[in-house]
Design a protein around this ligand. Structure first.
Ligand code: MN
Length: 292
């Protein structure tokens, strides 16, 4: 097994607001080295690093907007997210929960801090990943997978050194609960200070890490602090992460979808024509209706 090295480490960029509730650092496709093509099937990564929101009677968030052609995966570390969509679906994503929404042919939805949580305020920490769909599935029926913390598949490490929480894909034979359209591994890895974890993924899988808490050292050489992102090379398969303080790390690895990308705002399709069609369908109300 050849070693996979770090391609580059990215500091969190200046945060920007999505609506008034998501104060995010963009990592994908935020730099010339993390374009949609390079990171495919992970075509967007926004991270609301831990941030304290003051109490409010009017929940903060982002109002009605469409998506087509991909999936949105929302990983909640702190706080609560409430969502509603044009298919009549909705729910609350709490701490440790993950919502895997397949927008596919199109949904309208809105995402806000949960009402009661908003009244108290508190620390809020959420990652949202957009997962591309292959052309044959871009116009499939929308669906939701609610992955609750209590049902997460976890692999405990020896000597109480932490665990690998498998959201999607598998780790050493333990399969995550999310179903995916293309091969993807998505983990939350918790490591005690001094513990290390070997990881391996097929060489061609686009692979990256986001340090949610603490600090890690990759391959005993590259330090990645809190809120930093590391992109791994597509040479070699195996690498190690070691916690130099108690750490929580989001690990992404996926088989690239080798198809053209035509993206604009909330639509990610294969051709310009499909993109124009998406805007046209949205303007004609074909994504349904959702009250503001
Ligand atoms: Mn959205």
């Amino acid at each position: 097994m050849k070693t996979r090295n770090v391609e580059f480490i990215m500091a969190p960029r200046q945060p920007h607001y999505v609506g008034d509730g998501f104060r995010v650092h963009n990592f994908i496709p935020g730099s010339t080295r993390t374009t949609m093509q390079r990171m495919n099937p992970f075509i967007m990564l926004d991270y609301n690093s831990k941030f304290h929101f003051e109490p409010t009677e009017t929940p903060r968030g982002v109002g009605v907007h469409p998506h087509r052609g991909f999936e949105t995966v929302t990983v909640v570390y702190k706080g609560k997210v409430e969502h509603h969509d044009s298919h009549g679906g909705g729910g609350i994503i709490g701490e440790g929960d993950v919502q895997w929404m397949t927008a596919a042919s199109g949904v309208l939805h809105k995402e806000f801090h949960e009402k009661e949580w908003s009244k108290k305020g508190g620390d809020f920490q959420v990652a949202q990943i957009w997962v591309n769909l292959p052309a044959k599935d871009k116009m499939s029926t929308p669906k939701y997978q609610t992955l609750l913390q209590k049902d997460m598949q976890k692999v405990s490490l020896q000597n109480e050194n932490g665990y690998v929480e498998v959201i999607a894909g598998n780790y050493e034979g333990t399969q995550g609960n999310a179903s995916t359209f293309t091969p993807i591994h998505l983990y939350n890895v918790r490591l005690k200070k001094g513990a290390s974890l070997p990881l391996q993924f097929p060489e061609n899988y686009n692979t990256a890490l986001l340090v949610i808490e603490g600090s890690i050292i990759i391959n005993d050489t590259e330090q990645v602090p809190t809120n930093y992102f590391a992109l791994m090379e597509n040479k070699g398969e195996s690498f190690s992460i070691k916690a130099d303080e108690d750490a929580l790390v989001l690990v992404l690895s996926g088989e690239p979808i080798n198809e053209p990308i035509a993206a604009h705002g909330p639509f990610v399709m294969n051709t310009r024509e499909e993109l124009l069609q998406a805007f046209d369908d949205f303007n004609r109300g074909k994504f349904g209706y959702l009250e503001e």
